[in-house]
Write a protein that binds this ligand. Sequence first.
Ligand code: AQP
Length: 325
Amino acid sequence: MRVLSGIKPTGKLTLGNYIGALKNFAKYQNENEVFIFIADLHALTLPIDPEELRNNIKLITAFYLAAGLDPEKVTIFKQSDVSAHAELNCILQNYLYMGELNRMTQFKEKSQTMDNNAIGLGLFTYPVLMASDILLYEANKVPVGEDQVQHVEITRDLVNRFNNRYGKILVMPEPEIAKVGKRIMSLSEPTKKMSKSENDKGDIFLIDDLSVIRKKIMSAVTDSGSEIKVDIENKPGITNLLTIYAALKDISLEAAELEFKDARYGDFKKAVAETVINIIGPFQERARKVIESGEVDRVLNEGAIKAAKVANITLHKVQKAVGLK
Ligand code: AQP
C-alpha cells in the first residue's frame, strides 16, 4: 500500500495536529511505502511572512523525525521541491469545477471573514493541488484529521471523472481517520476546532513550555456538572479532554470514561495534563536534537530526489493520457 500525508507549515502546530496527524504517521512505515511531505505551496494560500515560512518548514521536518518517522523507510520531502506537484495541478484544475470548489467547508470557513476582492485563487483551488499531491504518489491511504476528509472525497470524484474519460490512469485514494482524536477541539471554546491559525489560550502548541501546557489544561472550560463522561452535546469540554487522554494513551473513549468514572474534575484535568506533558516533553526534546544535528536539510534533499522519481512517472502517464505527450 502507498500512504501519503502532509502538514501545512503555517502557524504553530497544535496538539490537534499531533493527535489527528503526526502521531499516526510512523505506524505505517514498516508495512507500506510512505510519503510524508511539507505542504509549503499550500502555505502560500494565506499571507505568510517568508522567514516564518522557512522556520516552520524546518520545524515540521524536525517534528516528523521526532514523531518517529525514519527517513530510511519513509520519503520525507517538501512539496515545492518536486515540480510535478505544480505541473499536475495545472492539468487537473480543468477537471474540478467551480461549483464543487465553492462548496468546500475549508474554503467557506477561511474566506468568510475576508474581503471578496482579496481572496487569492490558491485558496479557492486548494483542493486541486491537494488532489495532485495525493494522485502523484498513487496513494491508496491518506491519513488525515476530519477537516481534510472532504478534500480527499473531492479527489475521489476527480479520479472517477478523469478515469471515465481517459481509462484507468489515476489510483483511487481512501481517507484514513484516527479512531479517537479525528477532531481535537479548543480548550477554551470546545465547540471550535483546535487550530494553528487561531493562536488563543485554548490551543496547545507543540512548542509551548510544559508549564504553559499544564496551565492551559487546568483552565480548560468544562461545565457546571460533576460527571466525567462522553457527551458532545452537553459536555463538549469534558468530552474533548477525554478524547485527548484516550488518543494519547491509545485506548478507547469508553476505557477513558471508565477510568475517570468516580474522579473529580480537578484530578481528571491533572491526569490529562500529566499525560500530555509526558508525551510532548520528550517529543520536544527529540525535535530540538534534530534541529541541532543539522539533519533537516539532508533529509529534505534526499527525500525530494526519491519523491520526484515516483511523481514524474505519474505525471508522464497523465500527460500522455490527455495528449500532451
Ligand atoms: N484540531 C484537530 N484535530 C485533529 N486533527 C487535526 N488536524 C488539524 N487540526 C486538527 C489535522 O492535521 C493535519 C494537518 O493540518 P493542516 O496543516 O492541513 O491544516 P490545519 O492544522 O487544519 O490548519 P488550520 O488549523 O486551519 O490552520 P492553517 O490553515 O492556518 O494552517 C490534517 O490532517 C488535519 O486534518
